[in-house]
Design a protein around this ligand. Structure first.
Ligand code: NOJ
Ligand code: CA
Length: 556
């Protein structure tokens, strides 16, 4: 069976359980309805008790928030709505004192239209050095009134916006693969390369342990900016994704990360956000001297089906010969897992969200499967990502009133795509009604997105004492995972099973150890006789493992 290399002292990420913290929706310390660093600091003991090893923060930088902080106007500071740089420094130190590492998001593909460089580019005019840091081009048509090419934005509409020049005349166009407020940087510009290398050093020097690289395959473009046939949104064959020159950038970033790795807090890690379905192309990013890991989106997108999951798991482990595997069930861009698994089609695809939202959701079934998936995921070799609220069993909020929706995808597709607000609703901590302890008592504002009333049963307080809650399952699983040397990175061996069942052993020497059995079939299955049950995602029935249930066993 495929197996990953032995972890070295510097490779904490090979086995880590990493909590994705979406600051805006985690906890609001000052009562303005928006999560902030004070809220995070107050709840670090919650995260320590959950048993995670690291936190990945979504962007916390100054931003006009046209795309919830993915439009950055200053890469070396903290947005005032979240707090201050001094608070971030304190948070990093406090997290380290709890034994928790910090990963931050860096967004190199694009900045904000309010970034000083973009403002300078607008002011400096066509042909200037300032404009060469972005993709400015004259338009087509007799008067430059048509975009330079037919590329579409990933958020809907054209990928080009026309500017007004300083003299008031209609001017050049600039490229934005996402919202118009997110102009793409030109990575052929040495200024851009040097700037981001310095940003990396800035945060590593402050004690940050890892960088999550946003839109990591998109940075380099074909400078001839050719039309695409069919004007499809970005796919692997599109000229603006996955180009060879991007690897040179990550080789230099890796050298920077390594240069900080001997310091007090150990290795510094790079993880890429890359939505490439092609495992071989994905593998290039984790080749020698490049990124340490990439997100495993084929696993996230996979339906709740034993055959399909086994195929993705095997492909992932084959890829991980040079890099540790990662396992991820959800994040801030995709529908929440209990909703996905409660639909007739349990797969997911970012580009077809309206199709998935048309299915009715069976929440009890989805929750049952999400519990089983959590134990399956946490038993696999490598590191695991947990998106905040997944540990509470929160569902996708699909009925947010239109006038309260915030995601630019909603507006740019004219409501055809509901966007990602439904997985970003603020966490419920305590109490019987909104804001469920997300904001302090007497807060001046409501949470920035409305919380469902029914989340009263899923608050951290309600879940904490409840042996059947998702939170109790996550706490138990993370505790066992951390205290069992067989789990995390290392070898795994598939075991023969009935159709629709996944069973594998985690044993360092091929014998003894732990067995994970996930029953995705419609019938109960027997468990091995010579094994003690450590944890199951639901009760056994007459000694059998029921459908949509996973068990962890210690082999005798
Ligand atoms: C990927 C991020 O995950 C997503 O939330 C964001 O909107 C886009 N990149 C644009 O930055
Ligand atoms: Ca706040």
């Amino acid at each position: 069976m495929p197996s990953a290399p032995m972890p070295s002292a510097d490779s904490w990420w090979q086995s880590a359980a990493i909590y994705q913290l979406y600051v805006r929706s985690f906890a609001d310390g000052n009562g303005d309805g928006i999560g902030d660093l004070a809220g995070v600091r107050a709840h670090l003991p919650y995260l320590a008790a959950l048993g995670i090893d690291a936190i990945w923060f979504n962007p916390w930088y100054p931003s006009p928030m046209a795309d919830a902080g993915y439009d950055i106007s200053d890469y070396r500071s903290i947005d005032p709505v979240f707090g201050t740089l001094a608070e971030a420094d304190a948070l990093i130190a406090e997290a380290h004192a709890h034994g928790i590492k910090i990963i931050i998001d860096v967004v190199p593909n694009h900045g904000s239209d309010q970034h000083p460089w973009f403002l300078a580019a607008l002011a400096a005019g066509p042909g200037s050095a300032e404009r060469s840091r972005f993709w400015f081009r004259p338009g087509r048509g007799d008067h430059g009134e048509l975009p330079p090419n037919n590329w579409q934005s990933i958020f809907g509409g054209p990928a080009w916006t026309r500017v007004t020049e300083a003299d008031g005349s209609p001017g050049e166009w600039y490229l934005h693969l996402f919202a118009p407020e997110q102009p793409d940087f030109n990575w052929a510009s040495p200024d851009v390369r040097l700037e981001f290398e310095d940003v990396l050093r800035f945060w590593f020097a402050r004690g940050v342990d890892g960088i999550r690289i946003d839109s990591a395959a998109l940075l380099c473009k074909d400078a001839s900016l050719p039309d695409v046939t069919g004007a499809e949104p970005p796919g692997p064959a599109h000229p603006y994704t996955d180009r060879d020159d991007v690897h040179l950038i990550y080789q230099s970033w890796r050298a920077i990360a390594d240069s900080y790795s001997a310091s007090q807090h150990g290795g510094r890690m790079l993880i890429g956000e890359i939505w490439l379905p092609d495992a071989a192309r994905l593998a290039r990013y984790v080749g020698p001297g490049e990124l340490h890991t990439v997100f495993n989106f084929p696993y996230l997108n996979c339906p709740w089906d034993a055959g399909a999951l086994r195929e993705v798991i095997d492909q992932t482990l084959a890829l991980s010969a040079g890099a540790p595997a990662t396992w991820v069930l959800s994040n801030h861009d995709v529908d929440r897992v209990v909703s996905r698994y409660g639909r007739a089609d349990t797969s997911f695809d970012l580009e077809r969200r309206p199709y998935f939202h048309a299915f009715p959701v069976d929440l009890p079934l989805g929750t049952r499967r999400a519990r089983a998936a959590a134990l399956l995921t946490m038993a696999l070799p490598g590191s695991v990502y947990i998106y905040q609220g997944e540990e509470l069993g929160l569902w996708e909020v699909q009925d947010i009133p239109d006038e309260l929706r915030q995601d630019p995808i909603w507006a740019r597709t004219h409501g055809a795509d509901p966007g990602r607000d439904g997985c970003r609703v603020p966490l419920p901590w305590s109490g019987m009604e909104p804001p469920f302890g997300f904001s302090p008592f007497g807060a001046a504002a409501d949470p920035w997105l409305p919380q469902p009333k029914d989340w009263r049963d899923l608050t951290v307080s309600a879940s904490s004492g409840n042996p059947d809650s998702m939170l109790t399952l996550y706490r138990d699983a993370l505790r066992i995972r951390r205290s069992s040397p067989e789990l995390g990175d290392g070898p795994m061996t598939w075991q023969p099973t009935a159709d629709g069942v996944l069973a594998f052993d985690r044993a360092p020497h091929g014998a003894g150890g732990l067995r994970c059995v996930a029953n995705l079939s419609a019938a109960p299955v027997a468990l091995p006789a010579n094994a003690a049950l450590l944890l199951s995602s639901g009760p056994l029935s007459g000694g059998l493992l029921p459908p949509d249930t996973t068990a962890w066993l210690r082999l005798g």
